[in-house]
Design a protein around this ligand. Structure first.
Ligand code: MEV
Length: 301
């Protein structure tokens, strides 16, 4: 069996989504595909050690009806906030498990990600499953797709229309682990009331961002991205490298912010001039990716 899934970036609401606030993510047209050949010990690209070293493959092999060889091909740069792990979980769910509908794949992929990371929300895996745009919210709204739970939290996942917008991602080259960042933020949020207030503010910014997205209003979306970035800095996930790429991109953009877990990884800019924005990011020491959003989610076979 074979399955492929797109990358994604978070437009609004990362981290706050773990604490019951809404978040918005968009799928991008870079894809990862996995094929599975059942039989024999667990292997990744023919290598038994690699299968143990990859937490997602390792966890999938422990849950799947059969072990065997997984082969992975990817256009999504790894560990930069573009959703390569989520796309891997979705592709593994489609290739190794007996599920063929989006809701079933999203559930299995979230279980694989959560089982390997031990924390986090279903926003990344649901976006890699559905494609297009996804809103994850604490309450069930219009355009509901599915609901997923872990521990005491339940997330309701919704489809969102994505207007025609241009984005540039800037990778700092600093790799980080989402699970560790989520744990660090949990410690800070427990200890610091200002961090908790910042989470609330991110929730409000995201709600306004959803309206701006529905109106296709790039100026308002950009302004809200800037506000979201300030709050992310307040919860301690911004870095000097991210800030310098954001500042470099900003004169060519409606708005810019870090995307994903932060602590390294990538920033994202909404722009009318992707070439100028990408050149400025490169000049500031980052690796730019001009990304297009996509409606295409998981593809089986
Ligand atoms: C990571 O892409 C997004 C976080 O909000 C974690 C999660 O929601 O699982 C930081």
């Amino acid at each position: 069996m074979q399955a492929s899934a797109p990358g994604k970036f978070i437009l609004f609401g990362e981290h706050a989504v773990v604490y019951g606030h809404p978040a918005v993510a968009l799928a991008v047209d870079l894809r990862l595909s996995a094929s599975f050949e059942p039989g024999g010990e667990p292997r990744l690209d023919g290598d038994a050690e690699a299968a143990v070293d990859n937490p997602y493959v390792e966890h999938a092999m422990s849950q799947a009806p059969e072990t065997g060889d997984v082969r992975v091909e990817s256009e999504i740069p790894r560990a930069v906030g573009l959703g390569s792990s989520a796309a891997l979980c979705v592709a593994l769910a489609g290739a190794m498990f007996d599920v063929d509908d989006e809701a079933g794949i999203a559930e299995r992929a979230f279980e694989l990600e959560h089982g390997a990371q031990g924390k986090g929300s279903p926003i990344d895996t649901s976006t890699a499953t559905h494609g297009s745009g996804v809103v994850v919210a604490p309450d069930r709204q219009e355009d509901h797709l599915w609901s997923l739970s872990a521990g005491d939290e339940t997330w309701h996942v919704h489809d969102v229309d994505v207007p025609d917008l241009s984005f540039v991602v800037g990778d700092t080259g600093v790799t980080r682990r989402t699970g560790r960042l989520v744990t660090e933020v949990a410690v800070r949020t427990t200890a610091d009331p200002a961090a908790r207030q910042a989470m609330e503010a991110i929730g409000q910014i995201t709600r306004r961002g959803m309206e701006a997205l529905a109106d296709g209003d790039a100026v308002r979306i950009g302004n809200l991205m800037d506000q979201n970035q300030k709050m992310l800095a307040r919860i301690g996930v911004n870095t000097d490298e991210l800030q310098s790429l954001i500042e470099a991109a900003r004169p060519h953009a409606f708005g810019a912010k870090l995307t994903g877990a932060g602590g390294g990884g990538s920033m994202i800019a909404l722009t009318e001039d992707p070439e100028a924005c990408a050149a400025a990011i490169e000049e500031a020491g980052g690796t730019p990716y001009v990304v297009s959003t996509t409606e295409t989610g998981v593809i089986l076979g």
